[in-house]
Design a binder for this molecule. Structure first.
Ligand SMILES: Cc1cc2nc3c(=O)[nH]c(=O)nc-3n(C[C@H](O)[C@H](O)[C@H](O)COP(=O)(O)OP(=O)(O)OC[C@H]3O[C@@H](n4cnc5c(N)ncnc54)[C@H](O)[C@@H]3O)c2cc1C
Length: 399
């Protein structure tokens, strides 16, 4: 079969655009398409926190690699990266685990600074310190603009000839001898030697519609997450670090000089599946706002003077261990169809690593010579008990 493309990437969020960027040397042989537009899915809802503090060594190494890309982004485009730093407080029970983790991160060349808990009050006067017994500060961490990063990846790929087609839905993938066919929502077909699904929570719908039986779908469920934006009281304005609050299962992202994005670290929310085709709310529900604002005020009572400005909701594509599935799908009967999905709500900061790993996988690099061995991300790990474990499994979704 004389295919239209060598690589067709379905999904143009932070994952698909990064993959397109890493495949850009194949120029016009690469297609990137999306039923919406660039970053029109969950990427646009992201808090886009960028940190290297992870508790699984492989993921931490990927976070460091990705951090280096996003913090030196000028040759690719604009990332909107801000670097106010991030506090990671732990309670006494977790001190030893966190200290071991800090050692691991330092071995990877990641800067982790132990600070006296009361230093948090320099930035956030009046902060209650219960459960904040051992505090790590990552001075290089911060947040970026996920839409700008995705557009930059896409534009850098487009400049090398990669074809980008927004507004086109793939209804079905047909795997055949010598290539694959994408059956499009408008009735047309596109042929490609290889197909890469970067389709987040929509992955199983596409696989199901392509003939995969229900019991063989990927272990990816969707959960609904809200982020509340507040205007900080005057005392707390200015550029300030991001604060994680594991005891209250919340994070407080100080955005710009006056906003605060209030998000959840609650694994119960992650593990509560929703039907993505039901009528999901587009803003945070009132009870949720009340609950999370109360957690913020419990930690920093002076934030009682903050005003709610807006909220967003988005979906996490959860897997059982909270890490991505990056794999060929030959075991499901698809030759040369690959997936990078199931990012479990922390996939923006890792998007450069996902792009690199997926591009190495689909171009046939020996996994043992690859920068990161993608076999670690195979769905077989769930059957075989090789989960990508987190040291921090009991203190919220820090991984
Ligand atoms: C509220 C919230 C807060 C978050 N905060 C953080 C954070 O602080 N830090 C962090 O690192 N991560 C965070 N994340 C997670 C991170 O944003 C995501 O993991 C990542 O951006 C997902 O990118 P993606 O490209 O895989 O998915 P998406 O952005 O959802 O892109 C998938 C794309 O596939 C397209 N698509 C699907 N099916 C088809 C089809 N059949 N045909 C054509 N196109 C199709 C969709 O239109 C969509 O554009 C957050 C996520 C949310 C929702």
């Amino acid at each position: 079969m004389d295919a239209d493309f060598d690589f067709a990437i379905v999904g143009a969020g932070s994952t698909g655009t990064s993959i397109a960027y890493y495949l850009r040397r194949f120029g016009t042989r690469v297609l990137l398409l999306d039923q919406r537009g660039i970053a029109g899915g969950n990427t646009s809802k992201s808090s886009a926190l960028i940190r290297t503090h992870y508790s699984n060594e492989l993921i931490a190494a990927m976070a460091k690699y990705s951090f280096d890309v996003i913090s030196n982004f000028d040759s690719i485009g604009f990332s909107g990266f801000h670097q106010p730093g991030m506090f990671f407080p732990f309670d006494e029970d977790y001190r030893e685990t966190a200290m071991e983790n800090v050692e691991m991160l330092r071995r990877l060349g990641i800067e982790e600074v132990e600070i006296p808990p009361e230093n948090i009050r320099t930035y956030f006067p009046g902060t209650k310190l219960d459960g904040f017994d051992y505090v790590i500060f990552e001075p290089h961490s911060g947040y970026a603009d996920p839409v700008a990063v995705s557009n930059s990846f896409a534009e850098a790929a487009r400049k090398e000839g990669v074809k980008i087609v927004p507004g086109k839905e793939v209804n079905r993938v047909e795997s055949g001898r010598g290539g694959n066919k994408l059956h499009m929502g408008d009735g047309s077909t596109i042929s490609s030697k290889k197909v890469i699904l970067a389709t987040n929570v929509w992955t199983n719908k596409l696989l199901g519609d392509s003939g995969v039986s229900r019991d063989r779908l990927l272990p990816i469920t969707a959960s609904l997450h809200s982020v509340i934006y507040l205007r900080r009281p005057e005392l707390y304005q200015g550029e300030k670090p991001i604060l994680w609050d594991p005891p209250n299962l919340a994070y407080y992202k100080m955005e710009g000089t006056s906003l605060l994005a209030l998000g959840s670290l609650d694994p119960e929310i992650d593990n509560r599946p929703v039907d993505i085709y039901s009528n999901l709310p587009e803003a945070a529900e009132y009870d949720y706002i009340e609950d999370y604002v109360a957690r913020l005020i419990d930690r920093i009572p002076g934030m009682g003077g903050a005003t709610v400005v807006s909220s967003v909701t988005g979906l996490y594509d959860m897997t059982p261990d909270g890490q991505a599935i990056i794999s060929p799908l030959d075991y499901l009967g698809f030759d040369d169809v690959y997936v990078c999905a199931g990012l479990s709500g922390h996939g923006f900061k890792l998007s450069p690593a996902y792009g690199l790993i997926t591009s190495e996988m689909v171009t046939g690099i020996d996994p043992e010579r690859a920068r990161f061995d993608w076999r670690n991300f195979s769905p077989a790990r769930f059957r075989e008990g090789r989960l990508l474990a987190s040291r921090y499994s009991k203190i919220g979704t820090i991984y």
